[in-house]
Design a protein around this ligand. Structure first.
Ligand SMILES: N[C@@H](CCC[C@H](N)C(=O)O)C(=O)O
Length: 258
């Protein structure tokens, strides 16, 4: 099989993007997805995303982690697939699409994608961390000296140690100023630190607001791979109107044979 693929990145979280509207991709083939994502033997990426047809929405997003297994929601991948759908001419500046965690709306303007995330009802405070689900499960923990922090060692310890078989994505955070945070994330399914995690950045903004460290209804986040902004409303204990905003770019196009 010879297939055309595109490579996208959103703040350094990189994805193989495949137009699967003709339903040709063997998505149950975990080994193939893992091979395509392998940085030595394949194209290399943190995940693979299929753009598929949907009867109700503009398109369907199907996301796989680089281990080849279908993942929960990917915020940066969501921003990248919106840019991809715009590039393919499926959408204009606005879209409504469906992903594993439900419907999302988004806008795209000059490589900047604003993606609406699901509402968040529950934050679970732990002794020195917060757990919440922003489409994917996230542990958010404040640390000192984030620059030199061993994200892979401490992240994998928490991911496997306290979250059981299903695991969790682990975000380490340091406050930079009143509305800005630096974040590094250990991603489940990649089993490594990635340069950015969109659902993780969203989780950090809400968790920092919950802890009283964010006073307004937005936070700027410096991920290792770039800058993101999270806007939100908070009423009656519920986070609504959550938007993850930042660049999403096409990097290259190619063909792969399997
Ligand atoms: N990179 C993603 C997060 C993807 C979800 C995750 N690795 C999982 O399945 O747990 C993002 O940008 O949100």
């Amino acid at each position: 099989m010879v297939a055309t693929f595109y490579k996208y990145q959103g703040t350094g979280n990189d994805f193989i993007m495949i137009d699967n509207r003709e339903n040709f991709f063997p998505q149950m083939d975990v080994k193939l997805v893992a091979l395509l994502c392998d940085r030595k033997f394949g194209i290399g990426a943190d995940g693979l995303i299929l753009l598929e047809r949907d009867d109700t929405y503009d398109f369907r997003m199907v996301y796989f982690n680089s281990d080849g297994k279908e993942g929960s929601m990917c915020g940066n991948g969501g921003r990248c697939i919106v840019a991809f759908a715009n590039f393919l001419g499926i959408i204009g500046e606005r879209t409504n699409f469906i992903a594993v965690d439900g419907p999302h709306s988004a806008t795209v303007n000059n490589d900047v994608v604003s993606l609406k995330m699901q509402e968040v009802y529950k934050l679970n405070k732990k002794p020195n961390a917060t757990f919440l689900n922003t489409g994917s499960p996230h542990h958010v923990q404040l640390v000192n000296e984030l620059d030199t922090f061993n994200v892979v060692k401490e992240g994998s310890k928490l991911r496997y140690g306290i979250y059981g078989a299903s695991g969790c994505n682990i975000n380490f955070v340091e406050q930079e100023s009143s509305d800005t945070f630096n974040v590094r994330t250990y991603e489940r399914g990649v089993e490594d630190e990635t340069l950015s995690c969109g659902t993780g950045v969203t989780a950090v903004a809400l968790a920092m607001h919950d802890l009283g460290k964010v006073k307004g209804n937005y936070a700027h986040i410096n991920a290792e791979g770039g800058k993101l902004k999270v806007d939100f409303d908070f009423k009656n204990g519920v986070y609504t109107e959550i938007y993850l905003i930042g660049e999403a770019k096409q990097v290259f196009k190619g063909e792969i044979t399997w």
